[in-house]
Design a protein around this ligand. Structure first.
Ligand SMILES: NC(=O)c1ccc[n+]([C@@H]2O[C@H](COP(=O)([O-])OP(=O)(O)OC[C@H]3O[C@@H](n4cnc5c(N)ncnc54)[C@H](OP(=O)(O)O)[C@@H]3O)[C@@H](O)[C@H]2O)c1
Length: 325
């Protein structure tokens, strides 16, 4: 089969090698899936540079944390799935390939009417946004929420989830066009942070009070300023740092008036609570009913995985970048 492999970590997409390798064979608890689409995530950029969860001893690896396609064979111990069933899976690795292995606990059936490109784009962004906002931040309908990097995959999922739950949403993005599109997706207020200071804008929009919840995924200075717009009893959940790390617990300013911060990882949550993956069914259903949108910014063929990662890294995208196979 054709696949992309990484033999050596490196700072650019040049480490991605497109090649012919043997098709994997499923063990008793695995399924072999003919991959139709595999989505890119920001974490793929860390993976190729060696900063995300993989040790040099584990190389070579096939990147691609999630994909959708059709089951072609099923291990003897798998009860829940059958050959020819359409599924979406999140094994963490292996998606940039014509065929990939999946285990039942990180696989869900894809409902009719939901295309593979759409299903492949969903697990990480919707599950991260849901558990970070609802479980970690305890978001409720009366809250006002600030979602940083609204045009990211996670941002677009978070805006729709927050609006679905009845909250008011302020979001940020780096261009006017992204801001316009985020309004169309339901955001109440958008701030182009390259033109306006988001801290000043949020405080102005909220009469100086700030927001009850912040979903933060940029890091560095954005993290620090996000803390400064947190209302009394507000909760900031940090999920990553596209622009740099957030402060360490020791260097955090003293939080007053019930403000709280936390750091959330969907990978850690799913490894301790694998049953949480079934939450994806709710979002697949909402997409099937056309109540939620999965925004696909651009697709690339598997052979052009390098160009796809370059596109993601360049920040021109809005929504998800997906490989089609
Ligand atoms: N903890 C978790 O469980 C978890 C799970 C998934 C993702 N994440 C994290 O959440 C963030 C979003 O992930 P994603 O896959 O949805 O990302 P994505 O689609 O690649 O979007 C990231 C966006 O961040 C914005 N951004 C602002 N400052 C940036 C900077 N200095 N460098 C790069 N981008 C910058 C960019 O939009 P503008 O140019 O419009 O600002 C960019 O489009 C990432 O930090 C990722 O690592 C965490």
């Amino acid at each position: 089969m054709k696949a992309i492999r990484i033999y050596k970590f490196g700072p650019t997409e040049e480490v991605l090698q497109y090649e012919d390798i043997p098709t994997p064979k499923p063990g008793p608890e695995e399924m072999l899936v003919k991959v139709e689409a595999a989505s890119l995530n920001r974490a793929d950029l860390g993976l190729r540079s060696g900063s995300y969860r993989i040790a040099p001893a584990d190389l070579p690896i096939i990147p691609g944390r999630e994909f959708a396609g059709t089951i072609v064979s099923v291990g003897s111990a798998v009860q829940e799935y059958r050959v020819n069933q359409r599924v979406v899976a999140q094994p963490g690795l292996g998606g940039y390939a014509e065929f990939a292995l999946a285990k039942a606990d990180k696989t869900r059936p894809v409902p009719d009417g939901v295309e593979s490109v759409v299903a492949a784009a969903m697990p990480t962004i919707f599950l991260t946004a849901w558990f970070a906002l609802v479980q970690d931040a305890g978001m409720k309908a009366s809250d006002l929420v600030l979602i940083q990097a609204g045009g990211s995959g996670v941002g677009i999922a978070a805006i729709q989830i927050a609006k679905h739950l009845g909250t008011r949403v302020i979001t940020t993005a780096g261009t006017d066009d992204k801001c316009r599109r985020l309004h169309d997706l339901g955001a109440d207020e958008t701030i182009n942070y390259t033109v306006k200071d988001f801290k000043k804008e949020v405080l102005q929009l909220t009469g100086g009070r700030g927001t009850d919840v912040v979903l933060e995924m940029v890091g560095g200075d954005v993290y620090t300023k996000s803390l400064e717009v947190l209302a009394p009893n507000g909760r900031l959940v940090s999920i990553g740092g596209a622009a740099g790390a957030g402060p360490t617990p020791d260097s955090l300013p003293t939080l007053t008036e019930g403000r709280k911060v936390s750091r959330f990882s969907i990978t850690s949550l799913l490894s301790s609570h694998p049953e949480a993956f079934t939450q994806l069914d709710t979002f697949l259903g909402l997409v099937q009913q056309k109540k939620f949108q999965v925004v696909i910014g651009r697709t690339f063929p598997l052979a052009e995985a390098r160009a796809a990662q370059r596109h993601l890294e360049g920040r021109e995208h809005f929504g998800k970048v997906v490989l089609t196979i």
